[in-house]
Write a protein that binds this ligand. Structure first.
Ligand code: NAG
Ligand code: NAG
Ligand code: NAG
Ligand code: NAG
Ligand code: NAG
Ligand code: NAG
Length: 206
């Protein structure tokens, strides 16, 4: 008797979660110009949890990462400039694009020939965002977490942990990055120093 009650209570949990205000808010909303403005700029990859084996593996090789989103509002693409610290190397990539599907609030990236979709999940806090992957697929679902600073506040981390619970994953599935392991900062500094020169060049040409 006790056991069947416990099972019934457990089976209710996902329903209750889905109805909690935090979980109810964890849905992709149509992407607007304002949304794109909010997510453009520099972001740090803080943590993620992936069931999909290849995503799970590759996320665990990234020790630290930050990136820039540069939105093209004309064709709804985002130029992605990534600085990944993998092992003891900084890997710089400024040649990939995301496509924005405004209506269903998704972004997609062509990963070696396959279009991978992610739902853009925003919260009350504009300084963080999450991407949800295959959320209805138990075997492949995943959630990644980004912030405007390399370290997040306790409250921001709480929001991510709550979202992990909402999508029916465990905290133990999360893999965290460590900003102290970042090796890309010197390269970013170089790029920043190069940029003003480019602008001078533009002026000279104009
Ligand atoms: C849910 O989203 C609405 C609109 O953005 C916001 O006003 C509300 O505070 C959010 N609730 C929670 C629990 O995050
Ligand atoms: C993800 O990777 C970790 C470390 O390799 C492993 O322990 C875990 O079982 C993996 N999770 C899944 C769902 O494959
Ligand atoms: C934005 O997209 C349009 C249409 O594809 C293109 O003509 C334009 O050059 C792009 N702008 C930038 C800054 O890349
Ligand atoms: C950069 O990213 C693109 C698209 O994801 C990929 O095809 C390319 O191999 C990457 N380049 C490097 C140097 O990792
Ligand atoms: C979102 O819309 C795009 C383009 O219409 C479609 O290819 C994609 O499958 C949709 N994704 C989801 C999660 O609904
Ligand atoms: C993804 O990129 C490959 C080349 O890397 C290309 O052949 C393919 O058409 C692209 N797919 C989409 C959906 O853009």
């Amino acid at each position: 008797m006790a056991l069947s009650w416990a099972l019934a209570a457990l089976s209710l949990l996902p329903l209750l979660d889905a109805q909690s205000p935090v979980c109810a808010n964890l849905t992709a909303m149509p992407i607007t110009k304002a949304t794109l403005e909010q997510i453009s700029g520099k972001w740090f990859y803080i943590a993620s949890a992936f069931r999909k084996p290849d995503f799970n593996q590759s996320s665990r090789t990234i020790h630290s990462a930050f990136f820039y989103f540069a939105v093209n509002y004309t064709d709804d693409t985002i130029l992605l400039t990534e600085y990944l610290t993998i092992g003891n190397r900084c890997i710089y990539n400024s040649s990939s694009y995301l496509k924005v599907q405004r209506k269903n609030g998704t972004m997609s990236k062509n990963e070696s020939g396959t279009e991978v979709f992610a739902e853009l999940l925003l919260t009350k806090d504009p300084k963080i965002f999450m991407l949800g992957f295959s959320l209805k697929d138990e075997q492949n679902k995943g959630l990644s977490f980004y912030a405007d600073k390399p370290e997040v506040t306790e409250e921001q981390m709480r929001v991510f942990h709550e979202a992990i619970r909402c999508i029916g994953m465990q905290k133990s599935e999360i893999s965290y990055t460590d900003a102290k392991k970042d090796l890309c900062e010197p390269l970013e500094k170089e790029h920043k120093e190069e940029r003003p020169k480019e602008r001078e060049g533009d002026t000279a040409l104009g």
